[in-house]
Design a protein around this ligand. Sequence first.
Ligand code: XMP
Length: 403
Amino acid sequence: PAGLFDGVWSVGERHQVWMSHGDRVTATPPGFEVVGTSENAPFAMIADEARKFYAIQFHPEVVHTPDGAKLLTRFARDIVGCAGDWTMAAFRDQAIERIRAQVGDGRVICGLSGGVDSAVAAVLIHEAIGEQLTCVFVDHGLLRQGEAEQVVDLFRDHYNIPLVHAEEADRFLDALEGVGDPEAKRKIIGGLFIDVFDAEAKKIGGADFLAQGTLYPDVIESVSAIGGPSVTIKSHHNVGGLPERMKMKLVEPLRELFKDEVRDLGRELGLPDAFVGRHPFPGPGLAIRCPGGVTRDKLAILRKADAIYLDEIRKAGLYDVIWQAFAVLLPVQTVGVMGDQRTYDSVLALRAVTSTDGMTADFYAFDMDFLGRAATRIINEVRGVNRVVYDVTSKPPGTIEWE
Ligand code: XMP
């Protein structure tokens, strides 16, 4: 029995939790008693009731621990005494105040990626400081079909936010030529992004601040937040690494939010539902969905196939139950037949996952009819693909993207 579990779990019950079996605590600190165990972890839960200190070795924050949220609620509300009156409307007001206080009458340049995060950041900042904000949309030629147009329409026409559309596809694609290593690709794209920003900032007469739609998971996965030993899994280019020469300070109003919270904030700010509900899209775009070297031809194939896949997902009414779905063009060719011709074309992998924050994910269990339909359409309609496979890896051990 322990205060933390009161009203959640009772003595003697068994419950499912998610934990790493690589780690094992071998002794408890003074004052603690053991209140929960697993086969592998003799000290899975420990408590010091006198001081109201609790420690658990499993992850309460993941969906695989079905009662995790109840434990966190019990701790925050009943034990710590938090009121639980935080609302997105209040966050919006506070964020606006913070942005005004940070920026003063300085000028802000905001990078739009085409995704939800940077769009929400931009609209929020625009509410805070209006015309002091200029958005720069760096079109790196690595977006999905039709995406660049949608961004320009939304910002210029719908919101009337000053927007520079920097069409730099050639520069990015030339720099990526022959580069196969995923980290090298991210570094090139991230570096060029910064070059473009720098140039655009100079053109509009200088900006004091650079705004970005960095989210909390980006922060956790890119850096060792508390200086601990956790390794960098992927260097998401939108965090850190800004060269000194930019001489711009960062405005990152979403840094403490998870994706679902950013969507709530987007709705709060009146962004269209279809935009807010968009699947996440990585900054380096389709470059990390073309394992190996990126070429214009490969991107054209990938764009077409990806659009068909998403079209089928929408038609099946599945877009909103899936966290993220996309196609990956593999650097592998296989033999096939088309009519009476032998083909030797690329393999395309389809990926779809469910998740609440992108930190963990499960592959989506489509029915086979759906997969068959999508594969047939892709092979019939996209020249250059003659085989389609479906990725059934969850995260961990996989990551959502292939690179
Ligand atoms: P992974 O592949 O690490 O992805 O499981 C988790 C989430 O992050 C997105 N992602 C990125 N976003 N720059 C970004 O802005 C990146 O380099 C990057 N890599 C992955 C991914 O799409 C998923 O939503």
